[in-house]
Design a binder for this molecule. Sequence first.
Ligand code: HAM
Length: 416
Amino acid sequence: MQALPGFRDFLPEDCAKRSYIFMRWREVARRYGFVEWEGPPLELTELYRKKSGEEIVHQLFNFIDKGEREVALRPELTPTLARVAAAHEREFKKPLKWFSIGQFFRYEKQQRGRLREHFQLNCDIVGEADLAADIELLALCIDVLREFGFTANDFVVRISDREFWTDFLREKGVAADQWDEILQAIDKLGREPREKTAEKLGNLAEHIFATLKNGGESEKLSKILNALRVRGLADFVAIDIGIVRGLAYYTGIVFEVFDRAGKFRAIAGGGRYDNLIGQLSDGAVSLPALGFAMGDVVLGELINEAPHAREAIEQAIASDRKIDIYVVIAKEERRADALGQIQELRDRGYRIDYPLTQTKVARQFETAEDLGAHVALLYGDEWPQVKIKNMATAQQELVPHDHLLAHLQAQPSLSS
Ligand code: HAM
């Protein structure tokens, strides 16, 4: 039996990598003053039907639960955030700056960089309409990737403005109920044959292709570029009006992050969704909002391909895995004494391991080596003294068991 297609087993090595990614995500989000929150993994399907858009609704893992409710595993966090922000609107000072790390599920065609489950870092700002929030969010997104050692040679944030396209469609007299479909077609341009897109766009096709070729500008986009230049981040971004985002709720600035070499699908994406909270609360609460999500799958591939990023993660994993102390039980009569001290040392925060059953002393030292222990403590004939072996220098010393803790605490290489 294997894991379902598009689902991953996380063996310890994979789990360690994942934890490293989460740790870095969390660190940078906090550096920007974001606080962590979380929503449920299962929601009413209706939540996504209302506003996420056709594409994602087709990809839902949905079913009827035992209470006859139509439910879906979350494909994204934004509708949940909008629901929660509306429900708790009065409890928090605005703007809210919230981040979350969690797993999401989409029944996608499995391909490189796209699975049926993935983890995302979501960072959202709720209750701020000023462009300063869009700029802050973009800077955060860039800094999250810089944290992994990536530079402007590795990735680019492609920024656009959906208003550019909605103004265009309004000008061309296209009815508002057709906008979503057209925006979706533009969003898929790079991933679908041009003829297919042309068919979807109908008599607008030539206009749209020409507009895309000529590129576009807006006052907002120039302001963003200038503000990022001031922060020294201009090299990380490019204006690209071909970015419109597949999700239906975006209303303003939108962006997607890609590797420079163009090998992978998007690493992250987001933008402004000023109407979503109002729409989901039937107008009861109206709050501007914006955010982005970064997935772990493409990021993981990017890390694997970049030696500097990969080495950093491997080093962090190796040092995190090391234990402080391995307890060698040389005489089984001493096991109870050793366990008493192990308990005490673990209470102090030391990472300790020991053989669960009688094992040859040489094997125990091999295990101590394998686990990267800084010291080995030997419980044997020397009792009531304990032999301490420094695993790096092989130096040994005898310490009375009741002085052991003070002795270990004086050793700078032990982390507790
Ligand atoms: P999204 O572009 O659908 O945006 O997803 C964000 C990121 O999640 C993608 O750039 C990608 O890295 C990752 N991702 C999405 N689907 C998959 C998949 N099937 N397999 C692997 N990775 C995937 C959103 O989800 C928006 N809710 C983001 C947002 C937050 N907008 C505002 N706030």
